[in-house]
Design a binder for this molecule. Structure first.
Ligand code: CA
Ligand code: CA
Length: 298
């Protein structure tokens, strides 16, 4: 099944009407526009030329049959394909360097042989990642540019091909949507964009019943991660840490002291982004320790 890039939402909402439905265990491809709705094609087009009502479209939502509030939606990222050209913008008052950057600037960056051609000297290997991916909140409508407990604009650079993301099911069908691919991005997302690029994402969606996980949770490479978003980076960092800690205490049956000490030794607290309406952090923890305790995520 394929959801075309014209089927987008700008809010994750329990009131969004699904554009497709599927059974648990199915594979679905989401075609995605870039975060500017593909409106910026040339370097003479500044960020301000794109209306705010076109920023951060997410393709969907997808209704997953059998998903009920309280379940967990498991989203396995099977593949991410990107086009061969991406764009970046900077603007005054935006992002970490907004006080320093005097004027709007757009950069179009070609991708060749898996590398982003940044300038004459620098070629950056691409690592395609998903900026926006989430389910509908229970009652409120959250703009697709905002992250939260439902996922959304987490801008976590580890949501890549091969990763598995666990999201909450707040409404029947979960209503999954996604977009905002980046060909590459560093932790922090300093000027409010990665290398923004259209593409397509292929996922396998499954409904998990009776799971108690701190959500959103991500497995990628050698790590399991708790991702959290809050008004300040301090709060987001604390929430990601507390979520991972409670996961260890609950599922590995560790004491609170032992789990705390373990996190202090092998947990890595990292920044996802500091430029969206809420800040996002993640606590990374080695999967190998879950294996030693014979704990398997669903
Ligand atoms: Ca984003
Ligand atoms: Ca973006």
């Amino acid at each position: 099944m394929r959801i075309p890039k014209e089927q987008v939402v700008l809010k994750m909402s329990p009131r969004n009407k699904e554009v497709a439905s599927t059974d648990s265990g199915s594979v679905v491809t989401f075609e995605t526009c870039d975060c500017f709705s593909n409106q910026i094609q040339q370097e003479d087009q500044p960020f301000s030329s794109v209306g705010w009502d076109l920023i951060n479209p997410a393709t969907g939502p997808l209704y997953v049959n059998g998903a009920e509030p309280g379940d967990v939606l498991k989203v396995k990222i099977l593949d991410i394909k990107i086009e061969d050209k991406g764009v970046m913008t900077t603007a005054p008052k935006m992002g970490v360097l907004g006080d320093i950057i005097p004027e709007e600037k757009t950069k179009v960056i070609s991708i060749k042989d898996g590398k982003a051609l940044f300038n004459d000297k620098i070629q950056i290997p691409v690592k395609p990642m998903i900026g926006v991916i989430g389910t509908a909140p229970k009652t409120e409508e959250i703009p697709t540019g905002t992250p939260g407990a439902h996922g959304g604009n987490m801008d976590c650079k580890r949501i890549v091909k091969g990763a598995t993301l666990y999201l909450p099911v707040n409404v029947p069908g979960a209503l999954l949507s996604m977009g905002d691919l980046h060909a590459v991005m560093g932790d922090g997302e300093i000027v409010i964009c990665g290398l923004e690029i259209p593409g397509e994402i292929t996922v396998e969606v499954s409904v998990l019943k009776d799971q108690s996980l701190p959500l959103p949770m991500l497995v990628e490479g050698e790590n399991v991660m708790a991702i959290a978003s809050a008004e300040t980076l301090d709060e987001a960092a604390k929430m990601a840490t507390v979520n991972m800690h409670s996961f260890l205490v609950e599922n590995l049956k560790m004491s609170v002291e032992e789990a705390g000490m373990l996190l202090s030794l092998v947990g890595d607290l990292r920044i996802c982004q500091v430029v969206d309406p809420l800040m996002t952090a993640r606590m990374e923890f080695p999967l190998s320790i879950l294996d030693q305790y014979e704990y398997k995520l669903g």
